[in-house]
Write a protein that binds this ligand. Structure first.
Ligand code: HEM
Length: 165
């Protein structure tokens, strides 16, 4: 299927510089199972990828809008920031404007803190014994991060200043 697509694509430089996620899945060798992915498995992984990209983003946007409706002061401040970065006559915020919008960034991060679209992240496996705040987490156990609770835990200081690397 992939070879067929490449044969019909006459812009070879484009083909060479892009490697789509689906193409990488065709090349995966599952070492333990000694096989490649079946077509249905590739379809399932693609569907998972679309869901993880769309549900999370739309849920976060819904929470942001709901909270801006509730908190007018923040809505006004954000609107002022938007007006300050877009040029006259423009109606859209461009990628390069985003660097000049710390308040928008704060609004998005605050929404992710209070309403993380995934409550538990993906379970992570532990490859060696680790001691976390005095508790032993043994090798081969699963670690589940309860980010929703961590975001609202009174013991974590979320307002400390931070610098992005
Ligand atoms: C607000 C938007 C998003 C949020 C809150 C979000 C959240 C997350 C979280 C919490 C994880 C699990 C990380 C971990 O436990 O290690 C994850 C993984 C993933 N996300 Fe997102 N995500 C967002 C947007 C997207 C988008 C736009 C895409 C794709 C275009 C995407 C694709 C994925 C994929 C493929 C994984 C699995 C990564 C892996 O296998 O390690 N996500 N995301």
């Amino acid at each position: 299927m992939r070879e067929e697509r490449y044969e019909n694509d006459h812009d070879y430089s484009r083909v060479q510089s892009f490697l789509s996620k689906v193409d990488t899945l065709f090349d995966v060798h599952l070492i333990e199972e000694k096989k490649k992915f079946e077509e249905q498995e590739i379809v399932a992984l693609c569907s998972e990828f679309f869901t993880s990209g769309t549900d999370t983003t739309s849920t976060n946007l819904e929470w942001i809008i709901a909270n801006l409706v509730k908190h007018l002061r923040i809505q006004v401040k954000l609107f002022e920031e938007i007006k300050g970065v877009i040029s006259k006559g423009e109606t859209e915020i461009k990628d390069e404007d985003l660097d000049k919008m710390p308040y928008l960034r704060a609004v998005i991060l605050e929404s992710l803190r209070l309403h993380p679209p995934t409550h538990f992240l993906i379970p992570h496996s532990i490859t060696k014994d680790v001691v976390l705040v005095g508790f032993l987490v043994p090798k081969n156990s699963f670690m589940i991060f309860m980010v929703a609770d961590m975001g609202t835990c009174g013991k974590i200081r979320w307002n400390s200043s931070r610098r992005d690397s």
